[in-house]
Design a protein around this ligand. Structure first.
Ligand SMILES: *Cc1c(COP(=O)(O)O)cnc(C)c1O
Length: 410
């Protein structure tokens, strides 16, 4: 017989059970439905993967963002029952649409998937023959109109559906670009940040011109919260389809995303998606747990105290600045992007390279090679620190490690 103390200790070492206790879900119901959880295993260690502190951003190659305990609880709590995926897709979609004040919504496998199946929806509507044939419809390719300055790596996800992109440079050219092959217009909301340019056609004109030609407009706003208001802004402006990544600042599952907007298009997107067996989106499946997880993450994000979170980030920038500035010649500077993507406070660390004899790029390397491994980025004259992806207890660690590396180069 185990003593009570030993039993409690043993239970505490099970991360799964610990998670449920922490989230207020009774152990009983979980334990009854699932096989006993195995003891904690460090799979990072088992596979020889060095964990990292992410001071770089919500990038996919760094695994995006970390899910909150409530999201993990939603994933765990829904894992032990089967669901009809059509029903789940519809019900979660309805709730998300209510939350985002739009006609309809669905969970996709990331914003990239949303771009593909949203485009597919614009091409096929509810036509099952076309759904079976894309991306290889007979005849000339369907066309999507995009501003030339908005061309970007993710437009591949739109072209995946089998369309040709038609580039336009101003409103007049856009007006003239519509023809019987046009199926959609695409607006890349982050272009301003990525390229440091202005849009050559603004949101309002872009929507108005698309509407005049009765063609659906799609906006990619994948990385564009905060501010939280952006989750409501673009459907109100009149865009017919909107996508956001689930696994960036919304902190849902990294492989989830949101597609929302006009009901007929979302219904058509669903036909182009899993759980249907043959359409283009079948290879972009989202599992049941991630759909629940995405829903839980969005709910949590909308309810969050955004002002408090913002102040917390500013506090982090100030704290790290204070530590690194103890090295003579080093200055910390709050950085705020001016555009619409990834808008949150970050830190630029700059120094007199005659006094502190190390290049920012070499600091990045040193932080990566050190223990713990820290991922940052750099320009020629500054080390860039993203604070929003840090866990609270990682903030002083990052500050101390930057200080150590800079100090060693004095
Ligand atoms: C991140 C990003 C994507 C891809 O989003 P995923 O959710 O990772 O699929 C698409 N477009 C833009 C502008 C992005 O920033």
């Amino acid at each position: 017989m185990l003593s009570r103390r030993k039993l409690v200790k043993r239970l505490a070492s099970l991360p799964l059970i610990g998670g449920f206790v922490g989230s207020g879900i009774p152990i009983q119901s979980v334990a009854a439905a699932t096989p006993a959880a195995k003891p904690a295993q460090n799979l990072f260690k088992e596979l020889g993967i060095r964990p990292l502190i992410n001071a770089r951003g919500t990038m996919t190659f760094l695994s995006g963002s970390l899910m909150e305990p409530e999201v993990m609880a939603a994933i765990n709590a829904t894992a032990h029952d089967f669901a009809n995926m059509h029903e789940l897709t519809d019900k979660v979609g309805e709730r998300i649409a209510e939350m985002l004040q739009c006609e309809a919504a669905m969970v996709t496998s990331g914003a990239a998937c949303a771009l593909t199946i949203g485009t597919a929806a614009a091409i096929t509507g509810m036509d099952m023959d076309k759904i079976k044939q894309i991306p290889n419809l007979p005849g000339p390719k369907p066309e999507v109109i995009i501003q030339k300055k908005h061309r970007y790596v993710f437009d591949q996800a739109v072209r995946t559906a089998g369309v040709k992109l038609i580039e336009v440079e101003n409103a007049k050219e856009m007006e003239a670009a519509f023809n019987e092959r046009t199926v959609m217009t695409l607006f890349f909301n982050g272009a301003v940040d990525w390229y440091g340019i202005e849009d050559s056609i603004n949101h309002e004109d872009f929507v108005a011109i698309s509407k005049r030609h009765n063609i659906p407009s799609f906006i990619d706003a994948a990385a564009d919260v905060p501010p939280v208001e952006n989750l409501f802004k673009y459907q109100k402006m009149g865009f017919d389809l909107v996508t956001f990544s689930g696994g960036k600042m919304i902190r849902g599952p990294q492989s989830a995303g949101l597609l929302f907007g006009r009901k007929d298009l979302i219904e058509a997107a669903k036909l182009n998606f899993s759980p249907h067996e043959s359409p283009i989106g079948r290879s972009m499946k989202v599992n049941k747990e991630e759909i629940f997880g995405m829903y839980a993450a969005l709910k949590l994000y909308l309810e969050k105290d955004h002002k408090k979170e913002w102040q917390e980030w500013e506090g982090r920038v100030a704290d790290i600045t204070k530590t690194v500035e103890t090295v003579p010649g080093v200055k910390g500077e709050m950085h705020m992007p001016k555009g619409r993507a990834n808008v949150f406070p970050g830190l630029l660390v700059k120094w007199d390279q005659n006094k502190v004899k190390i290049k920012p790029k070499d600091v990045v390397e040193a932080l990566r090679a050190g223990e713990p491994r820290i991922e940052t980025s750099a320009g020629d004259d500054a080390l860039r620190i993203t604070v929003v992806t840090l866990l609270p207890d990682q903030v002083p660690i990052v500050a101390r490690r930057i200080k150590e590396v800079l100090q060693a180069a004095v």
